[in-house]
Design a protein around this ligand. Structure first.
Ligand code: PLP
Length: 419
């Protein structure tokens, strides 16, 4: 027999990192798990799981309160993680990083602290029609209390951020612009630098919802020049229960505390209190200590791979995903035709997205179906709900192939039922 030489194949990023994620080796319904729901929450590498259990096994203790050894270890690790977050987004000062439970809490912090203190009747807040409910409902609540008016940037004809419409909405009345960086439904990328520069020219503050960008691409808050930026740890390889708010130092100093309690005070009297300096002023009560430390471990993990490398690989996956979806005639995808994240929301004619998702689950494939917390956007798109496949750097093209095969089978199955 003649030995055939196997062609030299370069390993993809996913091939290199796959083994770091213990959950990905399991079977679901007797089929290898294909996890395509990372936009809802990402999986966690072993180093992050270890960092969390290491904290509980070796040095569980409250932070900033004790002089004993364990408390010192916990405080050091907790603050070291803050430095990692600061470096990750290139903040000028680590006091500009406030830990929160998640991005939702970070947005509420800005809405209640800055919004209630600074917005007045007739002031305008610009959002987009593709905002996640977390960057919409807090502003509705604050608008109801202050009389501020919410304005919404339209979708362009290609289902992207409409820059011209944004420019037409901006005026001297605009006090705040709060926009999603990467849409969790359309995969579109908002031109944030331009959005921010235009707002600042009017003296308008800008908040960036980086939930779907922080896990997937390099971020630089100084270059971007945003006033605030929020993200959730659980979408970037960290545990649930930890997220962060970046805010410019002087701006954050000018804001009133959101929650009051322990940790955030300087001196407390019966009738009033003085507050701690940043960042503690906004971190009332015992924080998610182990989760913050594990977020630091997640950032180390991502940084070791390289955010530029992650982004480049995911761009490749995105192109491949959309190419394969385009070959299925019944599929309608949403969002722009280029420069999009590695996620695709889609519908398949009359087939209900929930039915598709349930069928795919039988093949071990995890995708999401519903409105993905962007119900107003779905109304704009005239879709009750969509199915969504969302990828991360641990996904392979082979998984996309498996997904596409199972998707076609499901569509054919339902076609026969409807026929
Ligand atoms: C997930 C997500 C949020 C909310 O994140 P939580 O972790 O639920 O607070 C906000 N905006 C976008 C774009 C998201 O994808």
């Amino acid at each position: 027999m003649i030995a055939t030489s196997t062609p030299v194949q370069t390993l993809s990023l996913a091939d290199k990192v796959r083994a770091d994620f213990p959950i990905l080796t399991q079977k679901v319904h007797d089929r290898p798990l294909v996890y395509l729901d990372s936009a809802a929450t990402s999986q966690k590498p072993q180093v992050v799981i270890d960092a969390l259990s290491d904290y509980y096994q070796r040095y569980n203790s409250n932070v900033h309160r004790g002089v004993h050894t364990l408390s010192g270890l916990a405080t050091d690790a907790y603050e070291a993680a803050r430095q990692k977050v600061a470096k990750f987004v290139n903040a000028a000062d680590e006091r500009e990083i406030i830990y929160t439970r998640n991005a939702t809490e970070a947005i509420n912090l800005v809405a209640y602290s800055w919004g209630l203190g600074n917005l007045q009747a007739g002031d305008e807040v610009i959002l987009t029609k593709m905002e996640h409910h977390s960057n919409l409902v807090p502003w509705q609540l604050v608008a109801q209390k202050t009389g501020a008016v919410l304005k919404f940037v339209d979708l362009s004809a290609d289902e992207n951020f409409d820059l011209a419409h944004y420019k037409s909405l901006l005026s001297a009345k605009t006090k705040l612009v709060s926009v999603v960086h990467v849409s969790n439904t359309l995969g579109s990328v908002t031109p944030v630098k331009e959005v921010i520069a235009l707002a600042h020219a009017q003296g308008t503050k800008v908040l960036i919802d980086a939930c779907q960008s922080a896990p997937h691409m390099p971020l630089d808050v100084q270059d971007m020049d945003c006033d605030w930026l929020v993200a959730s740890g659980h979408k970037m390889c960290a545990p649930t229960g930890i997220g962060f708010l970046y805010g410019k130092l002087e701006l954050m100093r000018s804001m009133q505390p959101f929650f009051g309690g322990g940790e955030m005070i300087a001196d407390v009297f019966f009738d009033h209190s003085t507050y701690a300096d940043l960042p503690h002023k906004f971190e009332a009560g015992t924080p998610s200590i182990g989760e913050a430390i594990a977020l630091g471990a997640a950032i180390d993990y991502l940084t070791n791979i390289g955010m530029a490398e992650i982004h480049a690989y995911e761009q490749e996956l995105s192109v491949y995903l959309y190419q394969q979806l385009a070959k299925i005639p019944q599929i309608r995808t949403y969002g722009p035709k280029s420069h999009r994240a590695a996620l695709a929301a889609f519908t398949a004619g009359e087939v209900h997205p929930h039915d598709l998702s349930t069928m795919l689950d039988q093949s071990g494939i995890a995708i999401r179906a519903g409105h993905h917390c962007t119900q107003p956007l779905h109304r704009e798109l005239k879709a009750q709900s969509t199915a969504r496949a969302s990828l991360y750097f641990y996904n392979t093209k082979a998984e996309i192939d498996q997904f596409i095969v199972a998707l076609k089978e499901s569509i054919d199955f339902f076609a026969e039922i409807f026929a």
